[in-house]
Design a protein around this ligand. Sequence first.
Ligand code: ACO
Length: 326
Amino acid sequence: MIRGKIVGTGSYLPEKVLTNAELERMVDTDDEWIVSRTGIRERRIAADDEASSDLAYQASIKALEAASMAANELDLIIVATTTPDLPFPSTAALLQHKLGAGKAAAFDLQAVCTGFIYALATADQYIRSGMYKKILVVGAEVLSSIIDWQDRSTCILFGDGAGAVVLVANEGESGILSSHLHSDGSQAELLYVPAGGSRQPISQEVIDKRLHYISMKGNEVFKVAVTALGDSVLEALEANGIDGEDIDLLIPHQANIRIINATAKRLGLPLDKVMITVDRHGNTSSASIPLALDAAVREGRVKEGSLILLEAFGGGFTWGSILIKW
Ligand code: ACO
C-alpha cells in the first residue's frame, strides 16, 4: 500500500510581534478579554513588503532542508491560502519560481482555515494514485491584509505566518492513514469577506463600507465549530478502529483555546497531548496546523510511530481531519 509520508517540516513567522497591549491602544479591548475568550497573547504581522509567497518560500526552504531534498526534485506544489499574493496567477506558481522547482506542477487550494487539511489530503491522493511521488504542501497567510483594524471582534484574532511539509510516497505502515473532509456552504455569510471577488469587485463604495475585510459572527461560528470538530475527530477514530487514548498528539487548528479544549474533551485527551500555539501565533488560518506541526517536530513531541491527529474548521464552512502514523 502506497501512502503519503511527511519527511520534512518547516515554518516561518514574520518578525513583527503584535501584543494584546498594543491592540488595547488600537481598539476598545483589553488583554484579559482576549486571553480569557481566545487564549491569544500575541500574533505576528508581515512586513509591508512581505506577501504570502515570501512567507511560503521561507517555510518551504526549511521543510526541503529537513527532508534533504532539492526543490527541483518536487513533482507538485500545493499552497493553501486565503490571502494569495494576487488574484492570479497562483501563489503556488510564484513559489515554484522562487524555489527553482522547475519540474513541479503548482496550484493554490482555498478552504480557508481548513486549507492545509484539504491540501494535505489532496497531495496524499496524488501519491496514492501513483501520479506524483514528491509533493510540497504549504499553508501561508498574510491575514493582516484582510483584517479590519477598526473591528475589535475580529482584529484581535488573526496573525500571519506559513508552514510547509514535504510529502513523499512510502510503501511502509507509516504515513497518512486517513483523511476526512467536509463542507457546508449554507451558512457562508457567518464568516466571509463580503466583496473583492466577482460578486462585488473592489470599488470606492466597497472600500468606504469596509466590505473587503473579514466579517464574522464569532459566537455563531463558535457553536458550529465545536460540534463539527468534535464529530470530525470521532469519525477519524472510528474509521481507524482506535480510541482517543491511542492518539499521541492532537494538532488542532489554532483558532481559539476554548474550541481546542472542547475537542480534546470529546476525545478524552489530556491537554499534555495537545499542541497549543494559539497563544503565540493567533489564528493564522491555513498556516496554523503546519506551523504547530513544525513546532511539535522541533520540540521533539513527534516520534517515529507516534499517532498524530490533525483537525480544522474554517470558512465555507469547511472542516476535516487527518490521522498520521509518523
Ligand atoms: N474586546 C472586548 N470585548 C469584545 C471584543 C474585544 N476584542 N470583541 C467582542 N467583544 C464584546 C462583544 O461586543 C460582546 O459585547 P456585548 O455582550 O455587550 O454585545 C461581548 O464581547 C461578547 O461577544 P461574543 O462575540 O459573544 O464573544 P464570544 O465569547 O463568542 O468570543 C470569539 C468571540 C472569540 C470570536 C469566539 O466567538 C470565537 O472564537 N469564535 C470562533 C472563531 C472561529 O473559530 N472561526 C473559524 C476559523 S477562522 C477562519 O476560517 C478564517
